[in-house]
Design a protein around this ligand. Structure first.
Ligand SMILES: Cc1ncc(COP(=O)(O)O)c(C=O)c1O
Length: 388
């Protein structure tokens, strides 16, 4: 039996998603841009999905662009015509590393975060004031921020960031890849100008995602060719993936209350069993990183236990967890994100990420706790001499 605790890397497709994709591939495989009756049906399916996505985040359907996933959506936003781009010090590499390519390069700014993993609003305001004084008023400026951090699960206060950014006449782009399943998203009331997400992070499959772009904002396409997606994303649409994504979001909307309860219960159960709630820790020195965390990500530092060795031993027990994010695991360089929230190199190398979804069971949690405690003890004995 596999107990999977790496949902922040990717989630297992739901049965309904698999069924929807299969139906699409069997019956609705025609090119949506062709003119036949069958093609028009496929086109209608895409437009239905666009409305489902729009309803989920409270925008207009014509403000949704389908892409291959969050990396593409993030690049599409950031490589457009911005003169000045800011992001958080702990943003995902698809934002953090795109900064270098992002603008006409008048200025790129990385805003520091607190030890809990939230953007420091005073420092953000200081950057905005600096920009106001040092650049021409009309230079387009963009702030990029991940709603939920992929390594520690910390959640940003999007309302506050939005107020600040708009006060200084910037645009706010939110990467909602890790937030979409377990956080409220309403682009209008939250003051979000652009927002990205990836289907495989919420019970879907890879190769499909979306980007919300508020009416009136003009982006430059990354890919040119056909006129698909309002001329912003050329290429024949993977209609069966788009259809499955729309249906999945509609289902998520209907089951929201139950999903939140289930994920909250699993999160509480893991923390309770580890003794993180009542202070009776079953592993000496273990601590959770981040504040205001999404319930589906728990980042744990276990002093003097090498995370890479721990996850390998747990893997042998059939329990899958990760050290940091999937993008950086295996590199054995201390995580930039963990260092930005104040962990030392050693602490960062002793940190694992447990992430799960509403389909995780109590039996999985039991396997997780058993494997974790057993292997921490093994590694403790193995590395006893290192500590001396
Ligand atoms: C916050 C965040 N943004 C962007 C991405 C990139 O998503 P994808 O690899 O699906 O393009 C990820 C993936 O881990 C993520 O967690």
């Amino acid at each position: 039996m596999i107990s999977y605790f790496d949902c922040a890397a990717t989630t297992k497709p739901t049965e309904q998603v698999i069924k929807d994709i299969e139906t699409g591939m069997r019956d609705y495989w025609y090119n949506p841009s062709s003119t036949s009756e069958e093609s028009r049906k496929v086109k209608l399916q895409i437009e239905h999905a666009r409305r489902q996505v729009a309803d989920f985040i409270n925008c207009k359907p014509e403000e949704i662009i389908f892409t291959s996933g969050a990396t593409e959506s993030n690049n599409l936003v950031m490589r457009s015509n911005w003169d000045i781009v800011m992001c958080s010090a702990i943003d995902h590499p698809s934002i953090y590393r795109t900064m270098a390519w992002s603008s006409f390069n008048l200025g790129n700014y990385y805003v520091p975060v607190s030890s809990g993993g939230q953007i420091n609003l005073d420092k953000l305001e200081a950057v905005l004031k600096y920009i106001e004084i040092n650049y021409v008023h009309d230079d387009p400026r963009l702030m990029c921020v991940s709603y939920v951090n992929n390594e520690i699960g910390s959640t940003e206060n999007i309302y506050e960031i939005s107020k600040l950014i708009h006060h200084y006449e910037g645009r706010l782009f939110v990467d909602a890849t890790q937030a979409i399943e377990y956080r409220d998203i309403d682009v209008q009331s939250m003051g979000i100008d652009m927002l990205s997400a990836s289907f495989h992070k919420f019970g879907g499959v890879r190769g499909c995602g979306f980007l919300y772009v508020k009416e009136g904002i003009k982006l430059e396409p990354l890919l040119t060719g056909g006129h698909q997606e309002n001329n912003l994303r050329a290429g024949t649409e993977p209609s069966y993936l788009i259809t499955a994504m729309g249906n999945r979001l509609e289902e998520m909307q209907k089951t929201k209350a139950l999903r939140l309860k289930v994920i909250g219960d699993i999160s509480w159960s893991i923390k309770k069993k580890l003794g993180l709630i009542d202070g009776n820790k079953i592993i000496e020195g273990i601590k959770q990183n981040g504040e205001y965390c999404s319930p589906h990500i728990i980042s744990l530092t276990i002093p003097n236990i090498p995370a890479q060795e721990l996850i390998t031993l747990m893997d042998l027990d059939g329990v899958i967890v990760s050290a940091g994010s999937a993008c950086s695991s295996g590199e054995n360089v201390p995580s930039r994100v963990l260092k930005a929230i104040g962990l030392t190199d050693d602490e960062a190398r002793s940190t694992i990420r447990i992430s799960f979804d509403e389909f995780t069971t109590e039996k999985d949690v039991e396997n997780l706790i058993n494997s974790l405690t057993k292997n921490v003890q093994i590694l403790k004995e193995l590395h006893m001499d290192d500590e001396k």
